[in-house]
Design a protein around this ligand. Sequence first.
Ligand code: ARG
Ligand code: ZN
Length: 894
Amino acid sequence: MKSEHAPTIQRSDYTPLAWNIENIELHFALDPAATLVTSRMRCVRRASAADPLRLLGEELELVSVSIDGRPAEDSRLKRGEGWLEIALDDDRAEVGIVTRINPQANSALSGLYVSRGGFFTQCEAEGFRRIAFFPDRPDAMTRFTVTLEADAADYPVLLSNGNLVEEGALAGGRHFAKWVDPFLKPSYLFALVAAKLVALERRVKTASGREVLLQVWVEEGNLDRTPHAMDSLVHSMRWDEEVFGLELDLDRFMIVAVSDFNMGAMENKGLNIFNAKYVLAKPDTATDVDYENIESVVAHEYFHNWTGNRVTCRDWFQLTLKEGLTVFRDQQFSADMLAQAAGEAGAASARAVKRIDDVRVLRAAQFPEDAGPMAHPIRPESYQEINNFYTATVYEKGAEVIRMLHTLLGAEGFRNGMDLYFSYHDGQAVTCDDFVDCMAEANGYDLDQFMLWYSQAGTPRVKAAGAWDAASGSYTLTLSQHTPPTPGQPDKAPLVIPVAVGLIGPDGKDLPLSLEGENHGGATTRVLVLSEAEQTFRFTGLAAEPVPSVLRGFSAPVILELEESDERLAFRMAHDADAFNRWDAAQRYAERVIFALAADVASGRALVLPEAFAAAFRALLNDGALDPAFRAQAAALPSETYLLERMEPADPAALRVAMMHVMRELGKGLAADWLAIEAAMEVPGEYHYHPGDAGRRALGNLALKYLAAGGVTEGLARAETRFARFGNMTEGFGALAALVQSASPAREVALSRFHERYRDDALVLDKWFALQASVWRWDASAAPVLGRVRALMDDPAFSLANPNKVYALLGSFFRANAAEFHAPDGSGHAFWADQVIALDGRNPQVAARMARALENWRRFTPALRQSIRAQIARVAAAPGLSPDVAEIVGKALA
Ligand code: ARG
Ligand code: ZN
């Protein structure tokens, strides 16, 4: 375990390395309890300074060190916690180091570890130092040659980065494989796999005609779940060639699925290692959403090959350089795939649905982060533990910042900037400034003020206010901005904010826009660039007072404050030509209704769902001109997490009652509509993943959910029938979830049937765990959910050692069941503290993720606040806390 007192690392402290490692040869004698790692590094002094060679290493048993082939004298070696320094006389040296490690004991799943009998690695961010002594930071790029040696029967497949150059049998039933990666790379992109696996293979040609071998490696028995990942890979390759002119640069590209993995997946050069959840899919075990997620994660990791690997980060403060950009790229890719599947007529709506999905994630995960004790700019200024900064801010807000560049510069300008970036920086480790400079230079566009997005934390508020002047037929829109203070940043400067605006005429149609002083015009959506604290924009030539539609397509990651009557929201729900804003109008209206009901709950008034809202909701739901995927989005309430974040003070119990009331009333009140929709959305024939079908199934499942919430007998009967004979997981799990999220007595039987059918399928059981942890108590006589969660921890399929299980059961309870987690007696909070402490002993990264569930405690009602604070303090006082959890609870209490 690392030191208890994690020092704070500052971005401003960056200094270049004194030594360059020209290449490294690694030899692994693999053994679960004692793996011998032999490394030979060709080292070249960079500066004329006398600095020793400084290497980082953790949890390593040092066996020997040699310099230019001779054993190193002890006087040349200096060792401290986490590092080894070697004094070298000359400007060049060949340094050999032998270390011993224990992969089997590695429960942190960082470095080299064992999962289901095989060896796997995860080196980002700082895992390589748990494998070998090395300058383990991203600006130390080198060439890797790797030889793996292991028992041939237990580990028939031996993989590493790059190209396989040699393999063969050895004495004693062992065998070896030698891999050479022709590209320079930092150590965080190193990977090895040694396991019993099989591969789906495909040979394809790149745009320039080179043949490459693609492989998806999985455990035997899972081959039938690999075709979708393979298809996704091929689609990703084509897309990057077409949209960015970027080709695969290796002869072989491998994806490996592993069951124990802290995060989603990892872009190791030529050898991507994935959480099995983002690889394996067949109709019977994976939902449409799983298929979508696999496509986007495969794309994300593949796209990293250029944005991350060919050009990497100088230091970890630049993480968003690769992550924000790569998330933006995978979002664009998914949108294009959806649009392509929808055909020309449906393309715009399909893109909007993807945009809505992404904004839902941003609002539910990133906005709260930006408003709490962990708030940080997309390029943080400091950290204690870098693994805590793989955040929604760095990833999702980072992607929004890239998207704004794309909006400001246009698709072609953006592409020119990308081309310039690769022409200047291929093979280098660079900074966010280097990237933005390329965008500026390629377009002759001043982005100095734009850089504030990289240094200011907090979600900006943009206020929009309109004034109609009938006499001149002009409409004045005043936009102002304000970013609230965040830890360490009391004052903020105005940002550059692209605000896409449209004006809707009284007939519901968009009006052509002309800004005062312009003689062109005619577009119906205009991007206004707000760069001052307040600016006004005057639209002229209007015949009647328009209704403004502001922040179309969510053109910037801000909170829009726009005063609108219920009537206006209903009008925009019916007419806004921008599908995103049409959805957003429905969300705003729903939020208003839910908050009013929550206030009624708190003050003991009777709950009445406003008829006008139900009518607007119904009209949108039944608009047959809209595609089902969009209707499903529009009819889904804002998430409880998002609403809790906006509620002052956060009162989970009142919010839950209000949300249940809305769902119940809409379920019962619109029962006939839902029943008709449910029947109409049925997709006949055999399941195959297709976005159009997925949209129909999503709307059908939502109908069942409302019907079940409303206790509609016919709806519950349909859920039971469907569940009794489902052919694919999307429909089966939709029916199960509807039953479980209802007061129906059938829910327990359904849960145990499901368990019987999938008892041996870990990924499906994750859904089963997650569903039970997120259950709402529709049946007032049901026991608190915490009891169920505790009991499920004793289920033989559950394990604290498997991150997916922890995320499914504990993560769902902590993050997707606020009313139960925040039970007034504080039992949930005490349970949280117990689990964070228990997890921290084995896997600090997973523990820290769970620890973050309570960081926004100051927003809650006084009694909850007190209870949470006490439990955070209990965790903070636990002996031997990892730097990961220490940073989270320390900041939460500060
Ligand atoms: N670079 C990976 C991705 O976004 C994430 C790896 C993060 N791992 C970690 N332990 N922090 O694709
Ligand atoms: Zn990534």
